[in-house]
Design a binder for this molecule. Structure first.
Ligand SMILES: Nc1ncnc2c1ncn2[C@@H]1O[C@H](COP(=O)(O)OP(=O)(O)O)[C@@H](O)[C@H]1O
Ligand SMILES: [Mg+2]
Length: 364
């Protein structure tokens, strides 16, 4: 409760009506939860008589930051209750993420205890391994909306405008409890490749650093990048939690197979040898690619009215995604090396059993 009161005072002193409103509502919610319904009601009545709800919503939307030049919105807002598929993570990554969530959930206690630690996390790793999904997961677990700013959209052709865009985004997120998610974070550093004046770029990066340093104790920042090597050390230092989101291990691939196959029946879920064959054939792929493979087979099986995912169909889809030089021989070899019997290969592909045998004897 103390945090809400502090934020309301801050809002009053800085003439930030939206901040006052947001935290007054939060205060009323908390009082109601703690059993002080009369005071909660009184606060809500006051808010509604002075500022009609529609006005508050209109204010929030009106204040959404837009690009200095194009006037297009530079952030997207996702409420924390968006239902999403679970994210499969390694135990180490899971621990780092849950530590961060704990810290965010205890931010009021930390502030009251005088511990002024920034709630900042940097996620890095190959595309499609779950960085954006993790940001949504943190939002869901903390109950805070996710304000997504894709920096490749924010970096304007004019670096001067970029700094202004950043300022607008950070101002916007200061006035309500939320998580700012800076996706494609390296876009700022990439601007260096363009013919921009280096000094000007330095000013933009400095303005980003100043914005991060100026965040209030209640703010939460998550950034994600596929190119961590492009960020300089001053940027890295701003992040309390740095998490590498890598390719999945065999164990995680196994969990993903169960997740992505659901709710369809599949022998790759129930038969451990078939599952092992599939795991071997998709090792090294990103979770996003693995999901695409399963989605393709799901689409096909619904169209064919089957509602089950067969190993052979999955292997066909995996071959489609992973094989660069496709040919009849290489397809037969692929299926055989992943445990499909010769008769089955012949039946599926329409290639005569004699030819299948001859292709396979070629490699022996
Ligand atoms: N670790 C994971 N567990 C489950 N699904 C995942 C995972 N990583 C990625 N996906 C799937 O792939 C899609 C794209 O992943 P995303 O989070 O956007 O990756 P990134 O931001 O690292 O490029 C997600 O919507 C999700 O369906
Ligand atoms: Mg992403």
């Amino acid at each position: 409760m103390e945090t809400e009161v502090l934020r309301i005072i801050e809002g009053g002193l800085t003439n930030d009506k939206r901040k006052i409103l947001t935290y007054s509502n939060k205060l009323a919610d908390r009082l109601a939860k703690e059993g002080n319904e009369p005071l909660a009601k009184c606060i809500r009545q006051k808010i509604n008589t002075i500022v009609p709800q529609s006005q508050a919503v209109a204010d929030a939307v009106r204040l959404m930051p837009v690009d200095v030049d194009s006037h297009l919105q530079v952030v997207e807002i996702y409420p924390p209750d968006t239902i999403r598929q679970p994210v499969v993570l390694s135990p180490e990554v899971e621990k780092q993420i849950s530590d961060f969530i704990e810290m965010v959930n205890h931010r009021s206690d930390l502030e009251l205890a005088g511990i002024n630690v920034k709630k900042t996390m940097l996620l890095h790793g190959k595309p499609g391994c779950g960085k954006t999904s993790i940001a949504h997961y943190v939002s869901e677990k903390t109950g805070l909306p996710l304000i997504v700013a894709r920096l490749d959209g924010v970096v304007s052709s004019l670096l001067g405008s970029t700094a202004k865009n950043l300022r607008r985004i950070f101002d916007y997120v200061q006035s309500m409890p939320c998580i700012l998610f800076l996706d494609e974070f390296d876009a700022i550093a990439k601007a260096r490749d363009d013919a921009h004046e280096l000094g000007e770029l330095k000013r933009v990066i400095n303005s980003l650093l100043q914005n991060i340093d100026g965040m209030n104790a209640d703010s939460v920042l998550i950034a994600a990048t596929n190119h961590p090597e492009m960020l300089d050390s001053a940027v890295w230092r701003r992040f309390v939690q740095v998490v590498e989101v890598g390719l999945p291990s065999e164990q995680q691939i196994s969990e993903m197979i169960d997740l992505f196959a659901s709710p369809f029946k599949s022998d790759v879920v129930s038969d451990s040898q078939k599952k092992k064959n599939i795991i071997d054939s998709i090792k090294g792929l990103s979770p996003s690619d693995i999901k695409t493979i399963f989605d393709k087979v799901k689409v096909k099986s619904v169209i064919e009215g089957k509602m089950c995912l067969e190993t052979e169909e999955l292997l066909a889809s995996i071959y489609e995604v992973t094989c660069k030089n496709k040919s009849e021989v290489s397809y037969v070899m692929f299926l055989s090396s992943h445990g499909i019997p010769q008769t089955e290969i012949s039946k599926r592909t329409g290639i005569s059993l004699r030819k299948v045998k001859s292709y396979l004897s070629e490699i022996k």
